[in-house]
Design a protein around this ligand. Structure first.
Ligand code: GAL
Length: 953
């Protein structure tokens, strides 16, 4: 006798389920009635799959004492249990298809009446758009069936069970099931009915499944439309004068659909009983000459990987949030989305069609945890699981096949290789030969039409581009895309511009998709945003879940600004001839007639005048040189030009004037910062004065500059390590964050060697070194003054055996009582590190101290403004010689370094300022390569200077 109750046998059954209808196209009918069953449901959560019997599904069951939950939603985000975050480890023993006895199970109940105008006759379908991870469903006490495949639709025929009123829908949802083995994506585990539940009336003669085939012949300029339909019907497209029977092709001149020119034609499929709206985009996707081409032109993906995320609702996204994602992408020059790692809410694809984004639609499949056992027992290479894999492939393709934005189907992510994947690829190709197939784990490219890799270093990308990487014959004939690159965790990613340069240089490279779109932080009352481990998980991967270009609340991070700059569709640069600017169209399909160009000049960072610049409406790939008018005379101040490409007219995704691309050049340099000499230091008791500076006579420490009290000014080499400095443990390359800490760069000591007054200079000589090591930095601070300005020249000479670059090289100091002051400067407007810029223009800026902090979910080095010519901070003017970076914070670097969440950072009233001569690059080593060698900050003899004065001296 089996000891397992048969009622839960389906939980560990590898089959996709039973009782559901065959998958079909997703659509919202124009005229058939529907009833949303979203809203408040009754909920009872039990600790195991079989703690409670199924009597709750019986009519008349009294659930009055149950909790309530919002559907769509996850019960763990609504006060019942807790979320769990793991990257690739299964949070349960790998014992397929078994799941733990502790299997939180949410019984959901919802009573509903049919609306008064619900049509008599016909049938009805109950649709679930997403339930994690396994559901068993009853209507009015009759069991409908059960299903797995969390981010896929499942439908049941229910017409025969509906009552005009008092219907009771019961859904038992198990957190863990055999399906969980197929859903090991790097994200929170979040059970629940997290997408819509809808009752759809199916009139007599209703449409069934249909497939819109709309191709475009770029040679003739004609499109061919054929709508195959399970049910007889007619297809009309009024704008094109099309009226044909379903199944019948029609060819006629059309405007094509591309992500840059998302031309859609509204049509209708009318069957005897129903009208279905169609949004038709004509485009043809092929693999030709080893390249992915749409309408005859090779694409360059400037993409992002998008998980569905909302900081309070998890993967239950509302329409506004989806729209916001699309608008933010378009406004940041993103042209493609990989729906990592599952089909998104169907409404998201409608938005991609309408606003224009290329989509790689990915199947809900990942078995990454099996890597821990060398992929032994991997479900994708085990025939018993193949029906489940095919079911997932079919549910994706059938649901999404009518979206012009979808150009590639992806088999899934990080699932190794195996017969199941091949079966999926074969099925997809057979069902939809009009698109290409993507999958990353298949190095031989047996199952794919594109060679996809993740996190390849620049040099490796170039090797592939030049065909030097070997591989199977099939692979060598395919284009490379980086389906993930530039890991956007914390501060960074660095190196975007250099990747983009490669993508544009080599045809074989068709771009990439930054990992990833948004941080999956969960709003938390004490911690601000929670990440892995904050819910007491047994296994977790910390803040690896916060690696997006957006913060959890969808505020763009500096990384998104850097990406926008790197992928600008228009390149603006100084022309070959003096006084000209060269404009290049880097769109694949659009000309530049939708843009206008604006020229301005700046003197000392301040704009003196703005005018239109006439640029021709270049075709894709073309460039032209445009003459610039003469620049104003700066009279010793720096003079720059700025050229901006702006939307000429409103578009659906941004208004006229929205900036698409820009460039700046300095045409006359500023006169260097004053040498500031001539005044001699004077010793007076325990003080030395030098012009407007006061020092401690014994230690040489500066006490005041231009009347402003200064605390603890000294050499600084430490930064609160970034996620990219710390790197991921599996990275094979040297990770400097841990080495810096091991060397003790976060606790260097400063030994005073001499305080010398010599002629008109005060020189303080020190040696800066960590305990336990011989390596050190001999550091001299040389102060001079002209009576108004005080110049500090710092010279640093490394001694001993240095094997690591420095995190930063500069000085830091505290300004008491200044943490509330605004800061103004001439230099880069936003956060920038050596390899993350230049995303922000060099202009005059002003910001509060709060605005200077970048709120990375796990606190770390942030906020540096780069290329700063001068700054006004806390009552001081600081001129750089050469230009410098600064940060200004109401806490110390040590506090920043120790904090785990933003709420650990408590502002004091001292403003801590760092003035950096240089910083080490950022890179992407939290899951990719470190900074390029050119961005390393190796210790070497160095000298740099700052000139301090009163702000209006
Ligand atoms: C990839 C994986 C993603 C994510 C990323 C790191 O290997 O496909 O899902 O885990 O690494 O953030």
């Amino acid at each position: 006798m089996s000891l397992r109750t048969p009622a839960t046998g389906h939980v560990e059954d590898v089959s996709p389920g039973r009782g559901t209808l065959p998958p079909r196209a997703w659509y919202a009918s124009s005229d058939a009635a529907s009833l949303s069953l979203n809203g408040r449901w009754r909920l009872r959560v039990s600790p195991t799959a079989d703690a409670e019997d199924e009597s709750f599904a019986e009519p008349g069951y009294d659930a009055g004492d149950w909790a309530e939950v919002t559907v769509p939603g996850h019960w763990v985000l609504q006060g019942h249990g807790a979320p769990i975050y793991t990257n690739h480890l299964y949070p349960f023993p790998v014992d397929p298809p078994h799941v733990p006895d502790e299997n939180p199970t949410g019984d959901h109940l919802r009573a509903f009446d049919l609306p008064g105008d619900w049509p008599a006759g016909g049938g009805a379908v109950l649709r679930f758009d997403g339930v994690e991870s396994c559901a068993r469903v009853w209507l009015n006490g009759t069991e409908l069936g059960e299903f797995k495949g969390s981010r896929l639709p499942h439908e049941f025929a229910v017409g025969h069970l509906l009552e005009p009123s008092g219907n009771v829908l019961a859904v038992r949802v198990h957190q863990w099931s055999a399906g969980s083995y197929l859903e090991d994506q790097d994200q929170w585990w979040l059970p629940g009915i997290f997408r819509d539940v809808t009752l759809l009336h199916r009139p007599e003669g209703a449409a069934g499944d249909f497939f819109v085939h709309a191709s475009y012949d770029h040679v003739t300029g004609e499109g061919t439309l054929r709508v195959d339909s399970d049910v007889e019907g007619r297809v009309t497209v009024p704008e094109l004068g099309v009226e044909v029977a379903a199944g019948e092709p029609v060819t006629l001149p059309v405007e094509p659909w591309t992500a840059e020119t998302p031309r859609l034609y509204d049509g209708v499929l009318a069957t005897a009983g129903e009208r279905v709206p169609l949004r038709i985009g004509f485009r043809t996707v092929v693999l030709e000459d080893g390249l992915i081409k749409v309408n005859g032109t090779a694409l360059l993906f400037k993409g992002v990987n998008r998980h569905e995320w909302h900081p309070e609702r998890g993967r239950a996204l509302d329409p506004d949030t989806m729209r916001e994602d699309v608008l933010l992408m378009k406004r940041h020059n993103v042209n493609a989305v990989r729906t990592s790692h599952y089909p998104p809410h169907p409404a998201f694809l409608d938005l991609c069609d309408a606003y224009g984004l290329w989509v790689i639609d990915e199947c809900d499949l990942e078995t990454h945890g099996f890597v821990e056992q060398e992929w032994r027992d991997n479900p994708v290479d085990d025939d018993r699981w193949t029906p489940a894999l095919l079911d997932r492939a079919a549910r994706m393709v059938e649901r999404d096949k009518n979206h012009p934005s979808v150009v590639l189907w992806s088999l899934g992510n990080e699932a190794g290789t195996g017969r199941g994947l091949t079966a999926m690829a074969d099925w997809i190709r057979d069902r939809d030969p009009s698109r290409l197939v993507h999958y990353e784990g298949d190095l031989g490219c047996r199952d794919t039409d594109v060679y996809a890799r993740m996190y390849l270093p620049h040099a490796e990308v170039e090797r592939v581009a030049r065909g030097l990487d070997g591989g199977t014959l099939r692979r060598r004939r395919l284009p490379l895309i980086l389906c993930e690159y530039a890991h956007a965790m914390g501060n960074g990613p660095g190196g975007l511009a250099e990747y983009q340069e490669l993508f544009e240089r080599y045809d074989r490279l068709q771009g990439g998709f930054v990992w990833e779109w948004i941080d999956h932080g969960i709003r938390h009352p004490e911690l601000g945003y929670a990440y892995g481990g904050d819910f007491g998980e047994e296994l977790h991967d910390g803040n690896f879940v916060c690696d997006g270009l957006l913060f959890p609340d969808r505020t763009p991070s500096p990384g998104l600004a850097a990406y926008k700059k790197a992928i600008e569709p228009v390149r603006i640069e100084a022309g070959d001839a003096d006084g000209t600017v060269r404009v290049t169209n880097r769109y694949d399909h659009a000309d530049l007639s939708h843009l206008e160009f604006e020229l301005s000049h700046q003197v000392d960072g301040r704009t003196t005048g703005t005018r239109r610049l006439a640029a021709p409406p270049l075709a894709p790939g073309e460039s032209a040189e445009v003459e610039l008018p003469e620049a104003p005379d700066g009279g010793g101040l720096e003079v720059q030009w700025t050229v901006r490409a702006l939307l000429a007219e409103d578009t659906p995704w941004a208004g006229a004037g929205h900036e698409v691309a820009w460039a700046q050049r300095t045409v006359a340099h500023r006169t260097p910062a004053p040498a500031a000499t001539g005044v001699r230091p004077r010793t007076d008791g325990d003080r030395i004065t030098l012009g407007p500076a006061v020092f401690d006579a014994r230690t040489g420490a500066v006490r005041a500059l231009a009347g402003v009290a200064v605390r603890g000014l000294r050499l600084d080499v430490w930064r609160a390590t970034t996620d990219n400095d710390d790197g991921a443990p599996w990275q094979p390359d040297t990770r400097y964050g841990p080495l810096w800490r091991e060397l003790g760069l976060h606790r260097v000591r400063h030994r005073l060697e001499a305080v010398e007054t010599d002629g008109d200079a005060l020189t303080v000589r020190t040696r800066v070194a960590p305990a336990g090591r011989e390596a050190g930095l001999r550091t001299a601070y040389r102060w001079t003054s002209d009576g108004t300005h005080v110049r500090l020249t710092v010279s640093v000479v490394p001694e001993g055996d240095w094997r690591v670059p420095l995190p930063r090289l500069g000085v830091r100091f505290g300004l008491e009582g200044c943490a509330g002051d605004a800061v103004s400067w001439f230099g880069g407007g936003g956060e920038a590190y050596p390899d993350t810029g230049p995303a922000f223009k060099d202009l005059r800026w002003e910001a509060s101290v709060g605005e200077l902090q970048t709120p990375y979910v796990r606190p770390q080095e942030n906020g540096a403004r780069a290329d700063v010519r001068w700054a006004r901070i806390g009552g001081l003017r600081i001129d750089g010689d050469p230009e410098f970076r600064f940060t200004a914070r109401p806490w110390t670097t040590e506090h920043l370094d120790a904090a785990r969440h933003l709420t650990d950072l408590v502002p004091g009233d001292t403003l801590w300022v760092t003035l950096d001569h240089r910083q080490h690059g950022i890179g992407s080593q939290s899951c990719g390569p470190g900074p390029l060698p050119r961005y390393f900050l190796w210790p070497e003899p160095t000298e740099f200077a700052f000139v301090f004065s009163a702000p209006d001296a």
